[in-house]
Design a protein around this ligand. Sequence first.
Ligand SMILES: [Zn+2]
Length: 694
Amino acid sequence: MKRKLLIALFAAISLAGQGQEDVWQKCNESLPADIRIKPSRCSDNTHESDGIIRYTQDGDINTQYHSQYIGKKFVVSPENPAELTFDFKKVKCIDYLEYVPRQAGENGIVLEAEIYVKTATDKDYRLYEHCEWKFNYNTKRVVFKGGLQKPVSIKFRILKGVGDFGSCAEMKFMKEEKENLDISVFADDLLTTLKPQTTKADIKKIKQPLLRQLAQELLQGTYATDYRVASYECYNHPVLLAKEWRTPNKHYDQFQGVTGIVIKPGKHLVMASGIPDSVSAYMNVVAWYTEKEVHGKGPDQAEITTQKLHNGINIINYDRKLEGLAYISYFSKGYAEANPPIRVHFVGGTVNGYLTPDKTNEQMHQMTATAPYCMIDVLSKKVHAVWPTDGLHEHCKADDDVSPGYRQYMNILDTLMTWEQRLVGLEKYGRIPRNRTLLSTSFFYPALCSTPLGISIPIKKQQRYVNCQKILKDDSETVWGMSHEWGHQHQINPFFCWPGIREVSNNLNSYYNVMHMGYKFEQLQKEKRKGMEEGIRHYLEDDTDDCLFEVKNIYDHAFERLGPFVRLCNYFMNEGGRPDYLPDLYEALRHSKVKKQGGNIVPFVLNFIRTASDVSGYNLLPYFQQFGFLRAKKFLIKDYDYALYELSQEELEAFCKDMEAFAQEKHLQTMPEGMIERIAHTPDVEYKRPHFEN
Ligand SMILES: [Zn+2]
């Protein structure tokens, strides 16, 4: 009986919540919003087949226009600009345009451009503005003072872009919708309080329904500010971190400012304050679930929109079909801590909430039961995970496999990331960022993978990957998998990620994380154990001329190739008395100065041998020769793209001599007899499983 009553009561509360939501949504519809004007025709003088101009008008910042780069490169310059032409029919006025740069990668981001306009009264195009923009990912706005009346065509001529390319994620032509919003009854610039002595009558006079509703609720004391009003700290841009870490195109979370607010299609009032002049702030809406593959290219199927925020009133017109979650992007190009936090108020925003370790498991279990959006943010100290809400509710169990395990799960994520960052030297060398890394879900891609957004786990695997008992005790593959993908994010490219080890060097992270989790070597997947052992045995016992990097397929013998790296690190980190061998090696590789020589990987292999020796205190050349790093051979490698291993007998001999000189200069010891075998037979180190608080 009691239970029935509770259910009934709960249903009533939910209904009330629903009603409230409808009220706000109706109010939102009454907001004025700028209108995007679509050109009647778009054309260009150069493009790549996967970078057509239509992508500048699809409302998706993940697709982009790109000047030609395959075959004969179109070198963008003031003498040879990339020209994007947008024609308009029966358009009365355009008030401003916005150039939205690509949001991942750098090529083609426009640094200098000319905007030519032609209106019904112009005979020909005339130069409206010459723009010089700094390299960043922010939207650039060009205002047509007084409005561009009866526009016929606008030409965007790219004179200079990163890498002598031109690219453009979105080109928006906008018409302003002006309406005075009367905010005189509010006491603060975020509209969270009323001026003293505000009366019902004052509020009745407010014409704008959304502001009237807000003022009414504030007066009654019924307005809930949780999640709707919050502060957001500034972070260093993930691209900057990748540059510092030498992990090109591997980015930490680009959605640091988690809001827990659902954005439905339509208009929204977002108040902002404290945005400094020197840094831009944006609001992203991410539709994590998209019903279908967006690009048909793999796991990155989230639909992302971006809107610049200004201090004061921002009317967001979210013109997508699917609802998404809001994120505040507030990134600087270094010295993030020097920038003050900004404050944002989503007026009447729909609250989804997000999980954090300061909440109780019971609170979070309630949240995953009632959150309105199909996905929910999980925010631990180091990881931002986004999971389907109902899957999390059902499967996020503690290590007893029964009780809700949200806190334990977040502790596990943080610990795995701590180990990960420690192994690659970020901790020892003071490089740990405040930024989190992103773990999201793919609905269509069947395997775990590293994406431009972070790492991604297929929805079908959620049950295993959020269950603490499985991660901690039953399923070493979950730890291996996540650590492998995070390993990709930390791979120093190409100095410890040359073709031939792209799916290998990051498995050092997997191996160590699995072992630190207290798994025994025997509990590793059979294929991995056998592979590592066979790799060692083959190069040690067989009289072989094989080269370790002679692979025709990315995953060919991946674990055989891993064996020699694991044993070397195990030896020095345990018996060899250099517990920081790997962190030191990563940091040393981070300072590599080797130049590319065509597609030949040999310079990177030699650099690795030198660096690994230097960090160990030994001339390790004999070890690497034994394990097939150096062979006088030439062959093609297929590891994502094609590369070459080319080393002549003369070059090999010259390198051996060089190593001798290097060893003398660095006072490296000579490997005594039997040391190769000792390293190769270093036992796996077993660790005790840590305790994870729930
Ligand atoms: Zn991989």
